[in-house]
Ligand binder design. Structure first.
Ligand code: GDP
Length: 492
């Protein structure tokens, strides 16, 4: 059923500025009447059928022709918001829009708030909350992977996963509630073993959805790639080469990049967030120290660390390698210190489950690429003599923009672009709700194992259902009781 909104809203749906056409959108009971009062057309617009298009003219109050327009009609409930909607395509002039907005206002429309059309669509049941959020993600998408995630979520595949999970918990809760109602009679409707199996299944499913956030978040916000290395290794030059433009400051004076510089680039359908950091070296003045601190933080947050090595500064490069190893693969670094052999770095470090195979991996799953820069002045494949035999090296020349090896390594170590069937969590709000549900179900599990009262169990379950429901915007706890009566015939 449609929620009744009192007013009719309007907004310019296309961006302000240069362009050929602007689209002014209206939604609400009076949308057709309001547009009719402005537009002179052959067919009366208030009687026009849905999905029809009409040519018309708009005149200013003094009779001057303001514009010739095309009007698209969408009749309730078959429209984006579920209400009567009209889209006026006019010429993209700031003056025309200003005049039209004024006339729409005089005719009784109100300027829409941000997101108000989609909010109405949600409140009118045209989409759930996660689908509404996906509309914003789709608009913001910059890469194929972001587009896929948003599209899958908008089309409802994602919501079905949560609705399904939530339904299972409601069924589970129904079993527990029933037991609760009859507890005085000491009747046990559901055996605890069975309940435990159901809770475990839900925990496993929520766990894997929670896990998908690592990938989803990286896709949505860009895969963070830290470019680290000693001063003068060519970090800024590399960032410029990647971007194909001069962005970071390049200079011969060590310590030029004192803060971090961040740039996004879409490579192979994924958005990467390259972070050029301050050079890692000992000493340096206070500001530079702070920059280095940030560089270390960038390493910790990165999914990929490009450790740039400079053949003209072997000592500094080696120190930097050590630091990256300490930050990214403490276990491997420790075993190396204990003389357990070089190969252990690749063998033991990290989880490579979701990131490629040609590089060393950080303990938390990030990947380290050892990149030898200035290959134009280094005799090829000499890196292992300079920097040690215990790593695989990529050779580039940032200055000459020879960075194919790096592109290849990024491609080999890229996370998978999700297919349409996978529900991948990319929203922080959803992730938090999942964490909450996960913890609450953990409590349920303990309660079942320890034989605690159903009271506690059912309370945690209700909370977990509410948390999952909040993802799709469905938060009716009465549903739990409804499920009890629907599934069981009490009178029998
Ligand atoms: P950063 O301190 O690591 O950011 O280093 P910069 O990007 O500022 O570069 C330091 C110096 O190294 C500059 O003089 C660059 O021109 C030079 N440089 C950078 N990349 C290369 C390269 O591939 N080959 C050569 N020969 N010089 C380079």
């Amino acid at each position: 059923m449609l929620t009744q909104f009192k007013d009719t809203i309007y907004a310019c749906a296309t961006p302000a500025g240069s362009g050929a056409i602007s689209i002014i959108r209206l939604s609400g009971d009076k949308a057709l009447d309001i547009v009719q009062s402005l537009v002179k057309s052959r067919t009366p617009l208030s009687e026009a059928a849905g999905y029809s298009l009409h040519f018309g003219r708009i005149f200013l109050p003094d009779g001057t022709l303001l514009d010739e327009v095309l009007v698209s009609i969408f009749r309730s409930p078959k429209s984006y918001t579920g209400e009567d909607c009209v889209e006026i395509s006019c010429h993209a002039s700031a003056y025309i829009y200003r005049e039209m907005a004024q006339m729409l206002q005089l005719a009784g429309a109100r300027a829409a708030l941000p997101g108000e059309f989609t909010q109405r669509a949600f409140l009118n049941g045209k989409m759930d909350l996660s689908q509404a959020e996906a509309v914003a993600d789709l608009i913001a998408s910059q890469s194929r992977a972001e587009h896929r995630l948003a599209m899958q979520q908008m089309r409802g595949g994602y919501s079905r996963e949560f609705a399904d999970l939530r339904r299972q918990l409601i069924e589970l809760s129904a079993l527990v509630e029933l037991e609760l109602d009859f507890s005085e009679e000491e009747l046990e409707f559901a055996d605890r073993e069975h309940l435990l199996t159901l809770v475990d299944a839900a925990i496993a499913r929520i766990g894997s959805l929670k896990e998908s956030f690592r990938l989803g978040n990286a896709i949505k916000n860009g895969i963070p790639v830290a470019i680290v290395g000693p001063p003068n290794a060519g970090k800024s030059t590399l960032l410029n080469a990647l971007l194909g433009e001069e962005r970071a400051i390049v200079s011969d004076i060590p310590g030029t990049t004192r803060d971090t510089v961040e740039e996004c680039l879409v490579i192979g359908g994924l958005r990467y967030r390259f972070i050029d950091t301050a050079g890692l070296r000992e000493g340096g003045e206070a500001i530079e120290q702070l920059g280095m601190q940030r560089a270390v933080e960038s390493i910790r947050k990165a999914r990929i660390v490009l450790c740039l090595l400079n053949p003209l500064d072997v000592e500094g490069s080696r120190r930097c390698m050590e630091l990256v190893r300490q930050e990214c693969m403490p276990l491997a670094a420790a075993s190396q210190l204990q003389g357990q052999g070089n190969n252990s770095i690749k063998a033991t470090a990290g989880n490579k489950g979701d990131f490629g195979n040609t590089a060393d991996a950080c303990a938390d799953g990030a990947t380290v690429l050892w990149v030898v820069n200035k290959a134009d002045i280094l005799e090829s494949h000499k890196a292992s003599l300079l920097f040690g035999p215990d790593a695989e090296y990529l050779y580039i020349s940032a200055k000459e923009r020879k960075i194919e090896d790096l592109y290849r390594a990024l491609e080999e170590n890229r996370p998978p672009i999700p297919d349409d069937s996978a529900a991948i969590v990319s929203s922080q709000r959803h992730f938090e709700a999942l964490e909450q549900a996960y913890a609450l179900l953990g409590n349920c599990r303990t309660a079942l194992l320890d034989g605690l009262s159903q009271d506690l169990l059912s309370q945690d379950l209700r909370e977990a259902i509410r948390a999952l429901g909040s993802i799709i915007g469905d938060i009716d706890t009465e549903e739990v009781l409804g499920e009890v009566f629907r599934r069981f015939c009490i009178g029998k």
